[in-house]
Write a protein that binds this ligand. Structure first.
Ligand code: NAD
Length: 506
């Protein structure tokens, strides 16, 4: 029998799962080595589609987080002295390794977070782009040299790395939320302690190993997963050697961290919650609006800070929009994200599924109509049906709060002023979406709407080259774009004596 006669079945998901989990570090990354927790403590990681424990992680203690901070502080000076070209090349190698290992990363994300594999691969692409983008930005750091208006000084203005950073990431985009912080910090020359979300540490652990494989020196990136977020973050935030905290997560936790950050007057970047409106005007292309709403609402099971939380639809087109959206939503397949054909995976945990159910029950109690779905799906796993609600009162919780689930409430309006007022009537200001074929109207809404991001006739706008971030209680600072690296630098001004002072030249 020749080799060509030997036909092997592709490895099954079960075999690939065992293999990738066996290759994913479960320890703490401190000063370039993976190690156990100082008290031997661990915590489990669950697959939300099955409820099974898939990994046991070392759980960092206060002592471990201090050791991580020590390593970051120790590495800072020599790391800041490396050339921007060498930092750029580490990021570029990391980008290539992410491409090579895309299947592993996607599978890990699906296993620990639940999103369907094709969406997980989409996140690998998106998350990887931050490595490529900041490898390019790393060497584009321009300063300025000028003369003071009085002529008695020369002025040299340059950017320096801000210093050691604490990075805290959420569970909903386990790779992209980490690369969006790590890549610009590496590009700028900062050292880091990363605290991934307790529910999804595996992707970050695997990615940290990629950074080591790409040549990142010991101590530059330290990773401390833990069952206790405060045990890890509080000693670091109190350490006078820390210079910055960058957080992505919920608004209440962000506010708490901002308070802790005041003691040492830390630089802060806060990417917080959202309550995004998606406005469909009477002059919209309705098919385009439905496609945009599907993307903005259903991506990541609705567990996205950029989700279109509320669908605000002009009363004259509401029937057509709802009928077309209902057809699309009821055609979605809910299931385990590793199964082929799954469109909608589980929610992250039982508590999240229960909270989504409570939003729907509250809306129905207040008079909303369930057009599609409306219920939880029996376990194992934490599934909820894609749900479309109409006649939703404006004070229902589903309209006022971040849903973080596959539930789309439709609210109608009759004038542009009313749409703007409805859209802005929230303490949040992250993502918003507008569908209109009138470009002047679209840009006018851009002027009037209080959101950091606006999608005009599109449902997905995130891009590594764009400045991502919110206003109001959705946060402070921007990630991605040219702005993203500035968050990790500080400005130094050097005043220089006038070279023309003293004896005149001969
Ligand atoms: P979360 O606030 O519960 O947790 C986020 C991270 O903070 C996790 O790592 C968690 O362990 C940690 N944390 C929790 N309490 C802490 C404490 N006391 N001290 C230090 N760290 C603490 O948020 P989540 O449920 O993981 O993520 C969902 C939220 O994140 C949503 O509100 C969503 O809108 C937001 N989010 C925002 C963006 C953005 O870019 N603006 C992106 C993704 C998610």
């Amino acid at each position: 029998m020749s080799n060509t006669d030997l036909i092997l079945d592709p490895p099954t998901i079960r075999e690939r799962t065992g293999d990738v989990l066996a290759r994913t570090p479960t320890g703490l990354l401190i000063d370039g080595t993976w190690r156990d927790s100082s008290d031997g403590g661990t915590f489990p990681v669950e697959n939300p589609a099955t409820g099974e424990v898939i990994a046991t992680m070392a759980s960092a203690t206060r002592r471990d987080s201090q050791a991580a901070m020590d390593a970051a502080a120790e590495a800072q000076e020599s790391w800041a002295r490396t050339s921007s070209r060498s930092r750029s090349e580490i990021l570029r190698r990391a980008f290539d390794l992410v491409q090579d290992r895309a299947d592993d990363l996607a599978l890990l994300m699906t296993l620990e977070m639940g999103k369907p594999l094709p969406e997980a691969l989409g996140e690998v692409k998106y998350g990887g782009e931050f490595l490529r983008w900041f490898s390019e930005e790393a060497v584009r750091d321009y300063g300025r040299y000028s003369e003071a208006p009085e002529g008695d000084l020369r002025m040299l203005v340059s950017r320096k790395p801000v210093g050691p950073c604490l990075l805290i990431t959420p569970w909903n985009f386990p790779l992209a939320m980490a690369t969006r912080k790590i890549a610009p910090a590496v590009a700028a020359g900062c050292t880091m302690v990363l605290k991934p979300a307790r529910l999804t540490p595996l992707t970050s652990q695997y990615f940290a190993q990629i950074m080591i494989d790409a040549g990142l020196p010991a101590g530059v990136l330290n990773v401390v997963s833990s069952a206790s977020a405060s045990a890890v973050s509080e000693p670091i935030l109190a350490d006078p050697r820390l210079r910055k905290v960058s957080f992505t997560g919920s608004t209440p936790v962000g506010k708490h961290l901002m308070k802790l950050a005041t003691d040492n007057v830390l630089r802060t970047s806060m990417e917080l919650g959202g309550n995004g409106p998606l406005i469909v005007f009477e002059d919209a292309d309705i098919d385009k609006a439905v496609a945009g709403a599907m993307a903005a609402k259903m991506r990541n099971m609705g567990e996205a800070c950029t989700a279109a939380n509320r669908l605000l639809v002009h009363e004259s087109v509401a029937d057509e929009f709802v009928a077309k959206l209902a057809a699309k939503m009821s055609a979605l397949t809910v299931g385990d994200g590793t199964d082929e054909g799954t469109d909608v995976g589980p929610l992250i945990e039982a508590r999240a599924r229960d909270a989504v159910e409570e939003f729907v029950l509250d809306a129905v109690r207040q008079g909303a109509t369930v057009v599609v779905g409306g219920s939880r799906i029996d376990g194992p796993g934490y599934f909820f049906q894609p749900t479309l609600l109409t006649h939703v009162p404006r004070n229902a919780r589903v309209v006022r709060e971040e849903i973080f689930g596959p539930v789309a409430p439709v609210v109608t309006f009759s004038t542009e002023d009313e749409a703007v007022e409805l859209a802005n009537s929230t303490e949040y200001g992250l993502a918003s979406y507008v569908f209109t074929e009138n470009i002047s109207r679209g840009l006018r809404i851009g002027d009037r709407i209080e959101f950091g991001l606006l999608g005009l006739n599109v449902g997905v706008i995130s891009n590594a080259a764009a400045p991502f971030g919110g206003v109001k209680q959705s946060g402070i600072g921007r990630e991605g774009g040219a702005e993203g690296i500035a968050e990790y630098t500080t400005i130094q001004y050097i005043g220089i004596e006038n070279p023309w002072a003293g004896p005149p030249p001969r």
